[in-house]
Design a protein around this ligand. Structure first.
Ligand code: SF4
Length: 488
């Protein structure tokens, strides 16, 4: 199937009209200044648009021309542009830029691609964007979105952005050259996203061949009003697990609205860091749910909770070991045909001082769950505080002996897998780059420098009851995002 490029691009023109304009285009329209477009383009690599826009505004307030930029030293530039991705490298490029512009181009930004790529920090993509957006001259800027989406459409079949650029130069009508980058960046950021594209709501759904796209495995979200009966035996239930990193903080971040939109049948929370009395009534008794809390003895620390549309037949607090139970780490809900075990695994700590304890916890939970699985299906979910394989974190090599990726902790999860327990997300998705936790530091979430440490496991005999699993990485409100299992 070959896509009709005129048709899809004209549909997208309509579609992205209400989207946010990419920051570099905005700066071009607002300033008509190739120098500012060049600087903003350098800043924008591997950085979210909001962050680029703020950094560019701070920088341009001090340096609106090459001459003013030359007056700023590298440490000052670093401070001005932080937290854009790779800010140290970019500050170095910006510090070197005025001298190169002056020496070779009379302090004017050139409009020629071959000349532009001689400037510090300017690759082919940046050069094309500056020529197209900054000068309005024909050029095709192929970034990751253009490369990816053109291949998804089958309009080109290429392996690298450079190959895509060359193929598009041959094939794409010139009237689209300048515009195509803005269109596909906006569309790629909002709808045809690199991870979990929203095909179900996409305006191109009927035209797109979706080459190489992994479809989302989840059924459409059930409406809250339809909740009645969702917990019937055999009916598909949406189970969600979320480390909220402090329920009171999550409430301030829109917890109740998020839960309403996610419409879970059972919601497991970890690290609630609160006793029920500290919570507002509407969260203590979430409308439409039975609520169960198991806080730690120590105030403001650890603790788990669960909300269920159907009251559990029985509840079990802990696993019978005071070392773990005092920290409110395991809460089990029993239903007619399955157990739901909500766990918050200890962190082994930076100095690994709790590694032994964590391993003991791991074994104790497995033994506990194994015992339950002898009776009926078991779903274990929660923050396991470990990335299982190299695919499950952004920087495996740098974290080999670090808490959460030690051999011992990874073996702990191996033990479950060897015993036949199923890592449900991996049953549907083998791609790297899907994470459930990001550090609050260094723009990690925006740069997707994350870890997959939240899981749903099911017992070996219950594979056929799995319907789909996913990571809801677009849900804000905590340093973790929710993970989901549809289970029947
Ligand atoms: S249908 Fe899916 S893959 Fe195709 S353009 Fe739309 S979001 Fe992208």
């Amino acid at each position: 199937m070959s896509i009709d490029i005129d048709k899809v691009l004209s549909i997208l023109e309509e579609e992205v009209r209400d989207y946010q304009v990419p920051v570099v285009d905005l700066i071009a329209v607002q300033t008509h200044d190739p120098f500012k477009v060049l600087v903003a383009t350098i800043l924008s690599a591997r950085t979210k648009d909001e962050v680029t826009a703020q950094a560019a505004a701070r920088l341009f307030a001090r340096a609106a021309t090459p001459q003013e930029l030359a007056a700023l030293d590298e440490p000052t530039l670093q401070k001005l542009i932080y937290p854009v991705g790779f800010y140290k490298n970019k500050a170095g490029y910006l510090a070197a830029l005025p001298a190169v512009l002056e020496k070779n181009f009379g302090s004017q930004v050139p409009d020629d691609i071959d000349q532009l790529v001689t400037l510090p920090g300017v690759g082919r993509k940046t050069a094309n964007l500056v020529r197209a957006v900054g000068f309005g001259k024909p050029a095709i800027c192929v970034d990751t979105h253009v490369h990816r989406i053109m291949n998804i459409w089958g309009y080109v079949r290429t392996k690298t952005p450079l190959e895509t650029e060359m193929a598009l130069r041959e094939k794409l009508p010139e009237k689209y050259w300048i515009r195509v980058n803005s269109l596909l960046v906006a569309f790629g950021q909002k709808t045809c996203r690199p991870v979990g594209p929203h095909c179900e709501t996409c305006v191109l759904a009927s035209l797109c061949p979706r080459i190489g796209v992994t479809p989302r495995k989840l059924r459409p979200l059930p409406k809250v009003e339809d909740g009645e009966g969702l917990m019937r035996e055999g009916a598909v239930k949406r189970l969600i697990s979320w480390n909220v990193n402090g329920l009171r903080a999550a409430i301030k971040n829109g917890f109740t609205e998020t839960v309403r939109s996610l419409a879970p049948d059972i919601l497991a929370l970890q690290e609630i860091k609160a006793v029920p009395e500290q919570l507002p009534e509407e969260v203590r008794e979430l409308e439409g749910f039975s609520s169960y809390f198991y806080p730690a003895l120590k105030k403001g620390y650890s603790g788990v909770a669960a909300y269920s549309r159907m009251p559990a037949d029985s509840i079990r607090h802990g696993i019978g070991d005071p070392r773990f139970d005092e920290e409110g780490r395991v809460l089990t809900l029993e239903f007619a045909d399955f157990y739901f075990v909500n766990c918050y695994f200890p962190n082994s700590r930076h100095d690994l001082s709790r590694l032994d304890l964590k391993q003991e916890f791991n074994r104790a939970v497995q033994e506990f769950a194994q015992g339950l699985a002898a009776k009926k299906s078991v779903v274990i979910c929660g923050d396991f505080n470990v990335a299982h394989t190299e695919k499950d974190l952004a920087n495996p090599a740098a974290n080999v002996r670090n808490a959460g990726f030690t051999v011992e902790e990874r073996q702990g999860l191996d033990d479950y897998i060897k015993a036949g327990w199923i890592d449900t997300f991996r049953a549907y998705n083998q791609e790297p780059g899907r994470y459930s936790w990001w550090s609050y530091r260094g723009n990690a979430r925006e740069r997707n420098i994350g870890w997959r440490i939240d899981y749903f496991l099911v017992d070996p005999a219950s594979r056929a009851r799995m319907v789909g699993a996913d990571i809801l990485d677009d849900i804000p409100g905590s340093d973790h995002c929710p993970v989901v299992l549809d289970f029947k």
